[in-house]
Ligand binder design. Structure first.
Ligand code: OGA
Ligand code: NI
Length: 363
């Protein structure tokens, strides 16, 4: 069981000396960098527990999204049952034929490359001060409380129900709005299938989680080449807070998923999305579909960019296990209700540590 880590006050002022930490991008680009500064070194390194490749024994499930609209009921039933199995066994799956045009995915990739290539001064304009700010550019996870820094810069933008977007690069907001809308539609379709796979009405999650006002957050992660990748960590083991996370990446691997007691390397498949179930799907399904630990490791050759959209309930929804999945006997409710935005504020203002966010609501 993950340990509960001390919760920093969400409103605590960031330690001003910590804010002077610059981006990893600038550090990585500084000449003659042959070793990493000590505050990036993990005591338990990524090389300490070797990862295996996704292969026959550990092959990540693939869901063909186009089958959800099949006129053949057998095909529909099959994809719903494949989805149930993927959520139960892995909590991670690839989605193909997802309906998001390749051109939109490419435009997003180019836009984020352009954003991270802005000058440090330009990006500072978008540095968030508070966890609930609409736009936050930064480094590590929460530089005001992190004890060890992660080899990662990020841009976090809230895109729904209210849409924010940095004013640079040019046309960013058009590209982001279009992409986020297409991914929201995909998330909605998958959540319909997931509702069905839990024996609920197809529209159950949509209604119970108030998905009209779904909180959708973009996180773009930049992992520059690192001279000592075995000592640094891009992102430590964690689960995601929302219902479904939908990830694309620039063709460079680095994501590892905890499955069957091992870390499994997930190789990127061009134009497919990687989807994983989050803490709030675990809560609403009363533990039937668990959120899964994953981490990002770094390498010494290529810059990796991942573009992650978290699709969650509406911020004001108090998420509890679905009534239909709970009884007073063998299926007791395993989680207390908490407003999604309160959960988020607690998690984002603490050290990122496994599934510690979820431990706070577990009965
Ligand atoms: C995340 C995440 C993994 C990656 O942003 O929550 O897990 O591969 N990212 O960047
Ligand atoms: Ni994640």
């Amino acid at each position: 069981m993950a340990t509960v880590c001390p919760v920093a006050s969400p409103h605590q002022e960031a330690n001003p000396s910590r804010l002077k930490i610059g981006s990893v991008k600038t550090l990585a680009e500084s000449s003659n960098l042959t070793s990493i500064p000590s505050h990036y070194a993990f005591t338990t390194s990524a090389s300490g527990d070797q990862a295996v490749h996704s292969d026959h024994d550990y092959s990540i499930p693939v869901i063909d999204f186009s089958l959800f609209s099949s006129s053949n009921p057998d095909q529909r039933r099959k994809v719903v049952s494949d989805l149930a199995k993927a959520c139960q066994d892995w909590g991670f799956f690839m989605v193909i034929n997802h309906g998001v045009p390749e051109s939109q995915m490419k435009a997003m990739g180019d836009m984020l490359t352009g954003f991270f290539d802005l000058t440090e001064e330009d990006k500072r304009e978008f540095e968030g001060k508070h966890v609930l700010d609409g736009i936050r550019w930064g480094t590590s996870f929460n530089a005001s409380v992190d004890k060890v820094f992660f080899w990662r810069d990020y841009l976090k933008v809230r895109v729904h129900p209210k849409f924010y977007c940095p004013s640079k690069p040019e046309d960013f907001s058009e590209v982001l709005a279009e992409y986020a809308g297409a991914v929201r539609k995909l998330a909605g379709g998958l959540l319909k299938g997931i509702s069905e796979s839990l024996g609920l009405e197809p529209g159950y999650i949509d209604e119970a989680m108030n998905m009209d006002s779904s909180l959708q957050i973009l996180t773009a992660n930049l992992y520059p080449p690192c001279p000592q990748p075995e000592l640094a960590m891009g992102m430590p083991p964690h689960s995601d807070h929302g219902l479904l996370t939908i990830l694309m990446q620039n063709g460079i691997g680095g994501l590892q998923v905890h499955h069957g007691g091992k870390w499994v390397k997930i190789d990127p498949i061009p134009n497919a999305f990687l989807v994983n179930t989050g803490d709030h799907l675990e809560i609403m399904s009363n533990g039937k579909y668990k959120s899964v630990l994953h981490r990002a490791v770094v390498n010494n050759k290529d810059t990796r960019i991942s573009i992650v959209l978290s699709n969650g309930p509406s911020p004001d929804t108090v998420v509890t296990p679905a009534e239909q999945l709970v009884d007073g006997e063998s299926n007791r409710a395993m989680y207390i209700g908490m407003k999604y935005k309160d959960f988020l504020e607690l998690q984002q203002s603490s050290v990122l540590d496994g599934k510690s966010g979820l431990e706070r609501v577990r009965i």
